[in-house]
Design a binder for this molecule. Structure first.
Ligand SMILES: [Zn+2]
Length: 121
C-alpha cells in the first residue's frame, strides 16, 4: 500500500522543482548541486539515471496529485455503493427504501456521485 501522505511530505521537503540534469549531476532550478552520480559499470547509464532523478522531482508530485484525484473518485463510488446497498436493502438488516425506476433518491444519489467524480473530490 502506498503511503501517499509520506510521499507528499518528501516532495514538499525537497528542494524546489524543477531539477535539471547536467551530464551526471542533478541541480536545482538555481543551479545548486543536488547529487552527482558516480555509477560506472555494465548496463549503467549515468546521463539517463541523472535525467530520471531530475525529472522525478517534477513527475512524482504530478503522479501524487493524480493518485489523490483518483482516490477521491474511488471514495465517491464506494460511498455511493454503500448508500445504494442500504437503499435497496442489498445488505441484511436494511429495509428497502427504493421506489423503483423513477426513485427520486436514486436520481439524487446518482447526480451527487457524478458531481463528485467530475469535480475529482
Ligand atoms: Zn431508489
Amino acid at each position: 500500500m502506498l503511503n501517499l501522505p509520506a510521499i507528499k511530505k518528501l516532495c514538499e521537503a525537497a528542494s524546489e522543482a524543477p531539477w535539471h540534469r547536467n551530464c551526471g549531476t542533478i541541480n536545482t532550478r538555481d543551479g545548486w548541486l543536488v547529487a552527482s552520480l558516480s555509477i560506472r559499470g555494465p548496463g549503467s547509464n549515468r546521463k539517463a539515471d541523472a535525467e530520471f532523478i531530475a525529472q522525478a522531482r517534477t513527475l512524482v508530485p504530478q503522479l501524487l496529485d493524480k493518485l489523490e484525484e483518483a482516490q477521491g473518485k474511488l471514495d465517491a463510488v464506494e460511498d455511493y455503493e454503500h448508500w445504494r446497498d442500504s437503499h435497496m436493502a442489498a445488505e441484511p438488516g436494511y429495509i428497502p427504501a427504493c421506489l423503483g425506476p423513477d426513485c427520486p433518491s436514486c436520481k439524487q444519489a446518482t447526480d451527487a456521485l457524478l458531481a463528485r467524480i467530475l469535480k475529482g473530490e
